[in-house]
Design a protein around this ligand. Structure first.
Ligand code: MLT
Length: 407
């Protein structure tokens, strides 16, 4: 008799953003005359930078000519893209990352979700709360947790992110083997200082642990003191994997391109306690289950590293940060405290009210979609996340509607 993976039954019925989409669509069906403004899921709205569009056209034309046509590419990504990434995203910041330590993929969500496959099932997990739900859910699916008791899975050390610690988790007093960190943070928009990251690297070294560092939002960092990569911290090459994405940097949510960095010096241990490099394991996984990102998309991604590409992507992230500043200003005026929005596209608002109730209030009274904090974890209760990803016109209109609704 075929049986299901019972770990799936421990999960909440649907993924957070699917749940929200269902609620919004039910509202729209019941209220067809009331247009909704979406500041919930972090999906970009502005078109691709022109350099990317030009590169896409040129690469597509190459695919249409016998002499330049390409079939399967290297699963790890074309050298032109891996070299541009290594040089611009890492070496230019003093981080020693080589092109062959970079694995190009079709999204950070997939990589963050799949990476746990190369680790044992009996490891000790440390995961922030609130958190991007993919980190928790994929470990639940893999059977690394117990049941969900009162909103938290047994077997996870939750790293509380609260107003008291500025929403940046401290190293725990207990040992963990696999640690998830995300900076600039989704959902809170908080950033980690060099000293805070150094404390995590030290903790990982001491515990022979691995940090999974999600830096999908690094392009929004404006404070020059804040590291863009964990590899800017001494010793991080030996304890961390980093995830990056072109989704928010260059408007690729619908285009799909990202990458994961696995330094060749990074190890984990086998049952006999022998150190084993992780790079070959992920390479084996990647080449077995993935066939590469298409050539035109990789060409479009590489275009952002040209001088013109850098200007255009900076303008794009500046634009969303302009929205974020307006949101911060408006919610502060309404009397709420918030974090994020200065080096990140998300604003995390402490409403002090039930977060799903607040979500419903904004949807029903203002026709604005936010994300309820409780959807990101227990510590998210009492908060909502507002995303800066929308047109200026929609953000201004949404803020006016929210002010009216909360009068
Ligand atoms: C979010 O809204 O948290 C992000 O869009 C999720 C993602 O990038 O998958």
């Amino acid at each position: 008799m075929i049986r299901i993976n019972e770990n799936y039954t421990k999960l909440k019925a649907s993924y957070l953003f699917s749940d929200i989409a269902k609620r919004v669509s039910a509202y729209q069906q019941a209220n067809p005359g009331k247009p909704v403004i979406r500041l919930g899921i972090g999906d970009v709205t502005e078109p691709l930078p022109p350099v990317c569009v030009e590169a896409l056209h040129a690469a597509t034309a190459e695919m249409g000519r016998r002499e330049t046509f390409k079939g399967y590419g290297p699963e790890q990504g074309y050298a032109f893209l891996r070299e541009a990434i290594a040089q611009n995203d890492f070496q230019a910041r003093g981080a020693r990352i080589e092109p062959d330590e970079i694995f190009v993929s079709d999204g950070s969500k997939c990589d963050c979700g799949n990476i746990q496959e190369i680790f044992s099932n009996d490891l000790r997990l440390a995961i922030p709360d609130p958190v991007y739900p993919v980190y928790v859910d994929t470990n639940v699916m893999a059977g690394r947790t117990g049941a969900n008791v009162d909103g938290r899975y047994e077997g996870i050390t939750y790293l509380d992110c609260t107003p008291a610690n500025g929403y940046v988790p401290q190293v725990p007093s207990v040992a963990a083997d696999l640690i998830y960190l995300c900076f600039p943070n989704n959902p809170t928009g908080a950033v980690a200082t060099r000293a805070q990251l150094a404390a995590w690297v030290e903790y990982a070294k001491k515990n022979k642990a691995v940090i999974l560092y999600d830096a999908a939002y690094e392009a929004f960092i404006r404070n020059p003191e804040i590291p863009h990569s964990i590899y800017e911290i001494d010793g991080a090459r030996d304890v961390a994997i980093e995830f990056r994405s072109f989704s928010k940097t260059a408007g690729f949510t619908g285009t799909r391109c990202a990458f994961t960095v696995i330094p060749k010096t990074l190890v984990a241990y086998d049952a006999a306690g022998r150190a084993q490099p992780l790079h070959p394991l992920w390479n084996r996984r990647h080449t077995t289950k993935f066939n590469g990102v298409s050539y035109p998309i990789q060409k479009a991604a590489a275009a952002i590293y040209t001088d013109e590409g850098k200007k255009q992507t900076k303008a794009l992230t500046d634009f969303y940060l302009g929205n974020a500043a307006l949101i911060r200003q408006a919610v502060s005026k309404l009397g709420f405290t918030c974090v994020g929005g200065e080096n990140a596209p998300y604003i995390w608002i402490n409403t002090g009210r039930d977060s799903w109730e607040f979500f419903d209030l904004l949807l029903n009274k203002a026709q604005v979609v936010c994300t309820p904090g409780a959807g990101f974890g227990k510590c998210g209760e009492g908060h909502v996340r507002i995303s800066a990803f929308n047109s200026r016109e929609n953000v201004v209109a949404a803020l006016e509607r929210i002010a009216q609704a909360l009068k």
